[in-house]
Design a protein. Structure first.
Length: 306
């Protein structure tokens, strides 16, 4: 069988992570514990997630020509990811994220996007050949919308399926939503896109379908993931684990979903596979260090009750 091909167009960061007893409020200092510097960024996390699960992955992003940029590219290459279409920015530093993780595993993140924020439609066009040959194109919103839209147009032009993970939360025009095959918001992102604060997940999913999205997979943290489409709505329950750090769990989910779909799994099965990958990712500190291999996910699924 041919290896599933996934192209990720998106961001990469270096994450500076501190474990804290609780997230401090404004003006407050808390003494934390362990510090970890790890590879991160929503796009790069999703690329690594798919690669560890066996997909052939191409990452299209923009890095600063600095120590962090070089390390990021090396890491991605070490994961077997094709980095030929990374653009190097001579004037802007690579992206950095400052992350605090509470004792319960919840996080608070501030991102300095750096070169990610300079990504252009022309950067994406250079990767047209890779996008055209992909089974799935995976996008997020941590790079400028113009670059995301260009990737979407190229994929559409070549009949390639597109998953858009609308993170971090940002409003999107209907023309974008209509072009996406699968939208994967969390509850907060869904509320913003559906313009329905405080509504039930199923209502928000219906509102997104009414705006022209073909399928929605809404992640609901410990409750699971809601699949919504023309055939109805279904909840796929989450797996129970003891979370240490939830940073990157959404990225693990999206990378695994893209890999599962590219492998030809039916959507419900791909969502269950993605949920297992995300659950495992919460049990280890750091975004990319926590992403499991295909063997680990298969073993975890085999341990679960039918
Ligand atoms: O989704 C988690 C990621 O968000 C972190 O790795 C951080 O870099 C930010 O992009």
């Amino acid at each position: 069988m041919q290896q599933p091909r996934v192209v990720v167009v998106g961001s990469s960061n270096t994450d500076m992570v501190v474990k804290v007893p609780r997230i401090p409020g404004p003006g407050e200092t808390v003494l934390g514990g362990r510090f970890v510097m790890a590879a991160g960024g929503k796009g790069a996390n999703q690329a690594v997630a798919a690669a560890r699960l066996g997909a052939e992955v191409t990452f299209v992003g923009r890095l600063g020509r600095d120590m962090f940029g070089r390390q990021t590219e090396e890491n991605l290459r070490r994961e077997g990811i094709d980095t030929r279409f990374i653009a190097w920015d001579e004037a802007t530093p690579s992206g950095i994220a400052l992350i605090m993780v509470s004792a319960e595993g919840e996080n608070s993140i501030a991102v300095a996007p750096g070169a990610n924020g300079e990504m252009t439609p022309a950067d994406v066009e250079r990767a047209e050949e890779a996008i055209a040959a992909a089974d799935v194109l995976l996008l997020q919103l941590e790079v400028p919308l113009a670059a995301v839209r260009r990737a979407l147009d190229i994929a559409r032009g070549h009949g390639v399926r597109v998953i858009l993970n609308p993170a971090p939360a940002a409003p999107l025009p209907d023309e974008v939503l209509r072009e996406v095959d699968l939208l994967t918001p969390n509850q907060h992102e869904a509320a913003l896109l559906a313009r329905m604060q405080g509504a039930e997940p199923a209502e928000m999913a219906q509102a997104l379908l009414a705006r022209g999205v073909r399928m929605v997979v809404m992640t609901l943290g410990g409750r699971g993931a809601l699949i919504a489409g023309p055939e109805g709505i279904e909840l796929v329950p989450a797996f129970r684990v003891q979370p240490v750090d939830t940073t990157g769990a959404g990225d693990a989910f999206n990378g695994a979903l893209a890999c599962g779909m590219a492998q030809g799994r039916p959507l419900r099965e791909a969502v269950r596979y993605a949920s297992a990958t995300a659950a495992l990712a919460t049990t280890v500190m750091g975004a990319q260090p926590s992403l499991p291999t295909a063997e680990r996910v298969e073993a975890f699924l085999a341990e679960q009750r039918p």
